[in-house]
Design a binder for this molecule. Structure first.
Ligand code: HEM
Ligand SMILES: [Cu+2]
Length: 563
C-alpha cells in the first residue's frame, strides 16, 4: 500500500510513532556522542587529533568538553531513550492482546520532557559552561542549566515508568486471575527498580546541586554528593542493561530460529535485579574517605550477588541459541553455531555483544572485589571494562534491534544494501571495541589514568607504548563502524518506500519451551509489590546508617571552575 495509508497505521497503533520518536532521538544522541570516541581512542594511543577536531567542530574547547559530551550523550541520553522505547513498546504490544492500551498523552509528555531537558542541558555543554564530565562530582561546578536540564531529562524516564506500571495495574484489574505476561513482568520489575534507584540522583540534584548552582547555597558536601550519586550510579547500569536483556530473552531466540528455554528463570533474573541492583553503590567508593570499611565490605558481597542474574542470563541465552542452532540442523559441539543466521544484523549484533560481555563481566567481578579495586580504580581499565558492557552489549543489542524494530515502526523494509552495511557496521563495532578493550585494560594495569588528555604529555607513559597501538587501531576501526552503521540507520529511516504490511508486523516474541504454568511458585514470583517492598528494605539497611551519619555531619565546600 502507498504512503497515504500511514496516518491510519499510526491512528490504530499510536505507540509505534511514540516509540519511533524515543528511538530516533536516542540514536541521534549516540551518533553525536560517539563522534568523540575515535578522538579519545587516538588520545590513548598518544596521538593528538584534537587540533583537527577543533577545526571540524569549532565550539569544542578542550578534550574534557568532548569527553563530557561523549559520556552524557552516550551513557545517559542514548541509553535512557532506548530504555524508554524498548521497555514501553514491548509491554504495550504484549498487553494489546489483553485489551490494555497505553496512555499516550503521558508518553508524549515524557518525550517532550526528554527533548527539552536535553536541549536545556546541551546549551551549557556546547558553550563549555559545564565541562564537569558525566559524573559532575562537586566541587566542580557546572552551569545551573546543565543540572536542571539533566534532571528534567531523567524525570522523563520516571513518567514512562509510571505509565507502564499504570498499564500493568489495568491488566491486573481486567484479568485478576492471570499471571502477568513475561514482557510486562520484565518491564514492571525494571521500572520499579528504576523508581527506587533514581531517588539518589533526584535528591542530589534537587537538594544539593540545583540550589548550589543557582547560588542559593554556598557549598556542597562532596562525600554526601558522591554517595547519593552512586546510590543511583550503580543501578543506572542495570537501567541500561535490562532493556537489552529483555530483548535477549524475548526476541533473540526467535530471530535465531529457536525458543526461549525458560520463562520462570527469566522472571527470577529480573526479580534478582529488582532486589540487588541498588544496595551496592559503595563499590564505586572503595577509594572514598569517610565510609566505614565494614559497609564497603557489605556492598562488595552484595555486588557479587548481583552478578548471579547475569550469569544465569549468559547460560539461558546461550542454551536458547544452541537450541536454535540445533533446530536449524546444526550438529556436533560447534555445528549449531555455524547454523545460526549470521547474515542477519538483527541477530548478529546482540550475539557479538554477548561475546564481549564475557570478558566484560569478568572485569566487573574484579572491580567489585574490594581491595582488588585499588589496582585498577580510576585507570583506563575502567573504561576498558564498561565499553564491553554498555559500549558493546547494550549498544549493539539496540543497534541490532533497529533492523527489525524500525521497519515495523515505519513500514519501511530493509534493502540488501542496508542489510550489508548494517552487518559490516556491527562487525566492525565489535572488533573495534575488543581491540580497544585490550588497549585500555592493559594500559590501566600499567597505571595510565582514565579521563586524561595524555597525548598532550607524550613522554609521560612511554611504558605503555604497546597497548597504545591497540587504541590507535581501535579508533580507526570504530570510526569506520560509526560511518557504516549510521549510514544503514539513516538509509532505512529516510527510505521512500513504505508498506502497510511491514508496519503491521508484530514484535518477534519468542515461543517459550517451559512457561512455568500456573503454579504456586509462579504466583509467588508474581507478587511484585511484595518483592518491591523487600527491595526497599534492603536499600534502607544498606544505605540508611551511612546516610544518617553523612547528613548529620555536613561539610559543604565552595565550588570551582577549573576549565
Ligand atoms: C564509538 C566508539 C567509541 C569509542 C572509540 C569510545 C572511546 C572512549 C574512550 C577512549 C574513553 C576514555 C576517555 C577518558 O577516560 O579520557 C571513553 C569514555 C567513555 N565512553 Fe566511550 N567510546 C565509544 C562509544 C561509547 C558508547 C557507545 C558509550 C555508551 C553507550 C560510551 C560511554 C563512555 C563513557 C560513559 C565514558 C566515560 C566518560 C568519563 O570518564 O567521563 N562510549 N570512550
Ligand atoms: Cu557499579
Amino acid at each position: 500500500m502507498a504512503v497515504k495509508s500511514f496516518p491510519q497505521v499510526y491512528a490504530e497503533n499510536p505507540e509505534k510513532k511514540l516509540t519511533l520518536y524515543y528511538l530516533v532521538l536516542g540514536f541521534v544522541a549516540l551518533l553525536v556522542g560517539s563522534l568523540f570516541g575515535p578522538f579519545q581512542a587516538l588520545n590513548y594511543g598518544n596521538v593528538d587529533a584534537y587540533p583537527l577536531l577543533k577545526r571540524l567542530l569549532p565550539f569544542v574547547q578542550s578534550y574534557y568538553q568532548g569527553l563530557t559530551l561523549h559520556g552524557v550523550l552516550n551513557a545517559i541520553v542514548f541509553t535512557q531513550l532506548l530504555a524508554m522505547a524498548v521497555m514501553f513498546y514491548l509491554p504495550a504490544r504484549e498487553l494489546r492482546a489483553y485489551g490494555v492500551r497505553p496512555n499516550l498523552t503521558w508518553g508524549w509528555v515524557a518525550w517532550w520532557m526528554a527533548f527539552l531537558g536535553l536541549l536545556v542541558a546541551a546549551l551549557p555543554l556546547l558553550a563549555n559552561e559545564a565541562t564537569v564530565l558525566y559524573t559532575f562530582y562537586p566541587p566542580l561546578k557546572g552551569h545551573w542549566a546543565f543540572y536542571v536540564g539533566a534532571t528534567v531529562f531523567v524525570a522523563a524516564s520516571l513518567v514512562v515508568g509510571l505509565l507502564v506500571i499504570g498499564m500493568w495495574l489495568r491488566f491486573k484489574k481486567l484479568h485478576p486471575e492471570r499471571i502477568t505476561p513475561l514482557a510486562t513482568y520484565m518491564a514492571v520489575t525494571f521500572w520499579l527498580m528504576w523508581l527506587l534507584a533514581s531517588l539518589g540522583l533526584v535528591v542530589e540534584s534537587v537538594f544539593l546541586l540545583i540550589p548550589w548552582s543557582l547560588g542559593l547555597v554556598q557549598g556542597v558536601d562532596p562525600l554526601l554528593a558522591r554517595t547519593l550519586f552512586w546510590y543511583t550510579g550503580h543501578p543506572i547500569v542495570y537501567f541500561w542493561l535490562l532493556p537489552a536483556y529483555a530483548l535477549l530473552y524475548l526476541v533473540l531466540p526467535k530471530l535465531a530460529g529457536g525458543k526461549l528455554i525458560s520463562d520462570p528463570l527469566a522472571r527470577v533474573v529480573f526479580l534478582l535485579f529488582l532486589l540487588f541492583s541498588v544496595p551496592v553503590g559503595f563499590h564505586h567508593q572503595y577509594a572514598d574517605p569517610g565510609i566505614t570499611p565494614t559497609w564497603k565490605f557489605v556492598h562488595a558481597v552484595l555486588t557479587l550477588f548481583v552478578a548471579v542474574p547475569s550469569l544465569i542470563t549468559a547460560f539461558t541465552v546461550a542454551a536458547s541459541l544452541e537450541l536454535a542452532g540445533r533446530m536449524r540442523g546444526g550438529k556436533g559441539l560447534f555445528g549449531w553455531i555455524k547454523a545460526l543466521p549470521w547474515d542477519n544484523p538483527a541477530f548478529v549484533a546482540p550475539v557479538l555483544g554477548l561475546i564481549a560481555f564475557i570478558p566484560g563481566g569478568a572485569g566487573g567481578i574484579v572491580n567489585a572485589s574490594y581491595t582488588l579495586n585499588y589496582v585498577i580504580h580510576n585507570t583506563t581499565w575502567v573504561p576498558g571494562h564498561f565499553h564491553l558492557q554498555v559500549g558493546t552489549l547494550v549498544t549493539m543489542t539496540m543497534m541490532g534491534a533497529v533492523f527489525w524494530l524500525v521497519p515495523q515502526l515505519t513500514g519501511k523494509p530493509l534493502t540488501e544494501g542496508i542489510r550489508k552495511a548494517g552487518l559490516a557496521g556491527v562487525w566492525l563495532w565489535f572488533v573495534g571495541m575488543l581491540v580497544m578493550a585490550v588497549g585500555l585494560h592493559w594500559q590501566g594495569l600499567l597505571n595510565v589514568p582514565r579521563r586524561a588528555y595524555i597525548a598532550q604529555a607524550p613522554d609521560a607513559y612511554t611504558h605503555a607504548a604497546v597497548p597504545m597501538v591497540f587504541n590507535i587501531l581501535a579508533g580507526i576501526i570504530l570510526l569506520l563502524a560509526i560511518v557504516l552503521f549510521f549510514y544503514a540507520f539513516f538509509a532505512l529511516l529516510f527510505r521512500g518506500e513504505r508498506r502497510a504490511e511491514v508496519a503491521a508486523e508484530e514484535v518477534p516474541f519468542a515461543e517459550v519451551l517451559s512457561d512455568g504454568g500456573d503454579t504456586p511458585a509462579m504466583r509467588l514470583l508474581d507478587r511484585i509489590w511484595f518483592w518491591f517492598a523487600l527491595a526497599v528494605l534492603l536499600v534502607v539497611l544498606a544505605y540508611g546508617p551511612t546516610l544518617v551519619q553523612l547528613f548529620g555531619n555536613l561539610n559543604p565546600v565552595p565550588g570551582w571552575r577549573l576549565w
